[in-house]
Design a protein around this ligand. Structure first.
Ligand code: ADP
Ligand code: ADP
Length: 225
């Protein structure tokens, strides 16, 4: 596929801490890339730079050829809402809303009317085999189900890239594998790329490519799938 995201020599420091020290990465349309490496290596910071959430001190991040630093704050937020989806470790579902309303929320933020958003959210939940939890609140479903709903929410806007930061970090290994299976299958069916942060080899095994981040730098791993 075409190159969607391109980080080139990205550096980012937090005070005296050099989180990234010249990290480079390409993500092509539809591919699943796993960022591996020890805690504190810079994986989340790289993900945040790629997603336009953190501004690099040096280097560039391009999305479809456009340097994110040249976009206005508005344009960058709009891009995040329309082209990117996000799955985090936990705490991403709004507890006061039902699972259906949670999945409809990104559509509402993009301007969809309530009924249209609900209908598309319902279809997405059904496509992922989650119709049973539609009317429940996040506190009434299991951790694994909650992460599946988060996957539905990340994909409902038909993003080009899903950013998943330790999406299985709060789950046991069986639920973690099921969430990865769902996330990667659903993303591939929709031609969405995934940038996955994990330190678990069994989770990274769902990717097409593994990139090791160490001391703020990136190194491609040769893996045979
Ligand atoms: P990883 O995801 O590989 O665990 P991070 O990108 O979270 O690594 O962090 C890289 C380094 O940057 C760590 O030393 C971390 O403590 C530091 N860091 C990350 N975010 C911040 C922040 N907002 N403020 C200060 N230090 C940070
Ligand atoms: P800091 O100055 O501490 O790096 P921030 O990273 O939060 O603070 O962002 C400062 C400014 O950079 C804000 O206007 C923010 O919208 C913008 N910004 C955030 N992410 C990016 C990015 N990926 N590329 C360019 N600018 C960004």
């Amino acid at each position: 596929g075409d190159v969607l995201l391109e980080a080139d020599g990205v550096g980012k420091a937090y005070g005296p801490t050099e989180a990234l020290a010249g990290a480079s990465l390409r993500v092509r349309a539809g591919e699943v890339v796993a960022l591996m490496g020890p805690s504190g290596a810079g994986k989340s910071t790289l993900l945040h730079c790629l997603a336009g959430i953190v501004r690099p001190d040096s280097g560039t991040v391009r999305y479809r050829g456009a340097d994110l630093a040249t976009l206005s704050d508005r344009a960058r937020s709009a891009l995040r809402r329309t082209d990117f989806g996000f799955v985090f470790q936990f705490g991403q579902l709004v507890p006061e809303l039902t699972c259906l309303e949670n999945v409809a929320l990104p559509l509402r933020l993009n301007g969809a009317r309530g009924r249209a958003a609900a209908q598309r959210a319902r279809t997405m939940l059904a496509d992922l085999g989650l119709e049973d939890v539609a009317g429940k609140r996040p506190g009434e479903v299991s951790g694994g189900q909650g992460q599946r709903v988060a996957v539905a929410r990340a994909l409902v806007t038909a993003p080009s890239v899903v950013f998943a930061d330790e999406p299985t970090g709060a789950l046991d290994s069986l639920n973690g594998e099921q969430v990865m299976q769902l996330l990667t299958t659903a993303a591939r069916e929709r031609d969405a790329a995934i940038v996955l942060v994990t330190h678990e080899p069994r989770v990274a095994a769902y990717s097409d490519r593994e990139v090791v981040v160490r001391d703020g730098r990136t190194r491609e791993l040769e893996v045979t799938r």
